[in-house]
Design a protein around this ligand. Structure first.
Ligand SMILES: Cc1cc2nc3c(=O)[nH]c(=O)nc-3n(C[C@H](O)[C@H](O)[C@H](O)COP(=O)(O)O)c2cc1C
Length: 175
């Protein structure tokens, strides 16, 4: 399976890195960092890193065959561009490719509160088959630490794109 993870300039870029680390070695991993996310480029994972300005990257083409793309976290700037068909960097271009090819695109929008503009943009994306999965907690999983809270969110995102994981305690699961 080929998975692209894009980290944009919203708060919580550590979540994107955690998600990347949670992916099994069997997955062909590609990472796009937006300019505002590059401060987090301290990575020791086996991953192909793509420059967000390199629109000629393989990820720009449907023929590359990416199975899943996850934008974690996703800024409202990037949400607005994708929902309006703007593809002016590799993240937004690769996302538009996922939509046109009817492939799995997961977006974790991070903003609070959400404006009507952001909500409209997210609705449009959802209506086009994009999975909208914000970084939100569920208290049933009884997380005690920030680490456990992040594992819960990463585990849920992996569930949504069909990657097996045991990162959190599921509803009804014993302690
Ligand atoms: C410290 C910091 C935190 C930010 N947090 C958010 C955020 O949580 N959500 C958001 O939509 N934008 C946030 N922004 C603003 C985005 O970084 C800004 O809109 C940027 O243009 C996004 O570009 P990108 O979508 O290409 O990454 C933040 C900016 C800074 C400097």
């Amino acid at each position: 399976m080929k998975i692209t993870i894009a980290i944009t300039g919203a708060s919580g870029s550590s979540l994107g890195l955690k998600l990347l680390k949670a992916l099994p070695n069997s997955i062909d991993k590609h990472l796009i960092l937006s300019d505002s996310a590059k401060a987090v480029l301290q990575i020791e994972e086996q991953v192909s890193i793509h420059d967000d300005q390199n629109i000629a990257s393989a990820l720009s083409s449907g023929s590359f065959g990416t199975d899943v793309m996850m934008i974690v976290p996703c800024s409202m700037n990037t949400v607005a561009k994708i929902s309006n068909g703007i593809a002016d960097n590799l993240t937004t271009r690769a996302a538009s490719v996922m939509i046109k090819e009817h492939k799995t695109l997961l977006i974790a929008p991070r903003e609070m509160p959400l404006s009507s503009i952001a909500l409209e943009n997210l609705l449009k994306l959802s209506q086009n088959g994009v999975i909208i999965a914000p970084p939100l907690l569920a208290y049933y999983s009884k997380q005690q630490t920030l680490e456990q809270m992040e594992s819960f969110m990463v585990g849920r995102w992996l569930d949504l794109v069909g990657v097996d994981n045991k990162l959190y305690k599921r509803w009804g699961e014993d302690a």
